[in-house]
Design a protein around this ligand. Structure first.
Ligand SMILES: C[S@@+](CC[C@H](N)C(=O)[O-])C[C@H]1O[C@@H](n2cnc3c(N)ncnc32)[C@H](O)[C@@H]1O
Length: 237
């Protein structure tokens, strides 16, 4: 990329960040549908406005385009984002199943494949959401039906328990190994035209590395849509 192209890309991202901050402000003052749904789950998610909106739009998009398959979130913590996924579908009369995976014991140990291994190690046990609390949240939101909570390491649970097809896949496991194992087990289940969002692309080098290694190994070329400094989304070719 030339200096001019880099500068243009940075300018565009600053504009997108600004537009997102304005939308967030507007949603606080006079919330539209997304603002109203987000207000119900906001205390239970650590994700930014822009990334939650990415999930909301992804759900609307796969429903509008009639993309078949379940919703999946790998890395749920306290359940806010997954709750938003199901709520968004519910208000559209769509009750496709949702699968939610987590240790429910917080972040596991990263591997040495994480370039920022030392920093990542200091986060072990963080982002913890309790299984029973997440279940109660889904009950309170009225989205417990058709929702499966699967407790354990992705490495142990995904080979055994996963949907036949996926329309929206949210990867939010932070580490290299956590992202890689989800792509290895779930990418082929995503229906072409389905939406994949990755939360940690900009924040954790291991997540980014796992995604690019996967693309390279499979010869996949996609346009990654910028959501904010760390979130990216793409449509499966
Ligand atoms: C950043 S948090 C998820 C945030 C959540 N999506 C939200 O809306 O706030 C990351 C989660 O991924 C889970 N996680 C990371 N690696 C995992 C693995 N290999 N197996 C199971 N859970 C994992 C952690 O337990 C943690 O709850």
């Amino acid at each position: 990329m030339t200096d001019f192209q880099i500068e243009r890309k940075q300018k565009r991202r600053r504009l997108l960040d600004f537009a997102s901050r304005l939308a967030e402000l507007r949603d606080r003052v006079a919330p539209r549908e997304f603002g109203r749904l987000m207000a119900r789950i906001r205390p239970f998610s650590m994700m930014s406005y822009a990334r939650l909106k990415g999930i909301y739009k992804g759900v609307c998009d796969v429903i509008n385009r009639d993309i078949k398959g379940d919703f999946v979130e790998c890395g749920t913590a306290r359940g806010g984002c997954a709750g938003l996924m199901r709520l968004t579908a519910k208000v559209r009369g769509d009750d496709r199943p949702m699968w939610v995976y987590d240790t429910f014991e917080g972040l596991p140990l990263p591997s040495v494949d994480d370039p920022d291994h030392e920093l990542a190690k200091s986060r072990v046990g963080q982002c913890r959401g309790e299984f029973e609390d997440v279940r109660s949240l889904f009950e309170n939101l009225g989205v417990i039906e058709n929702t499966r909570l699967i407790k354990g390491l992705f490495q142990d649970t995904l080979p055994e328990t996963r949907p036949e097809s996926i329309s929206l896949l949210h990867l939010d496991g932070d580490w290299y190994e956590s992202t890689k194992v989800c792509l290895d087990h779930l990418y082929d289940k995503v229906t072409p035209g389905g939406v994949i969002q990755i939360d940690d692309y900009g924040h954790w080098a291991g997540a980014r590395k796992a995604l690019h290694e996967f693309f390279e190994a499979r010869g996949i070329s996609v346009k990654l849509t910028y959501l904010d400094y760390t979130g990216r989304q793409f449509v499966k070719p």
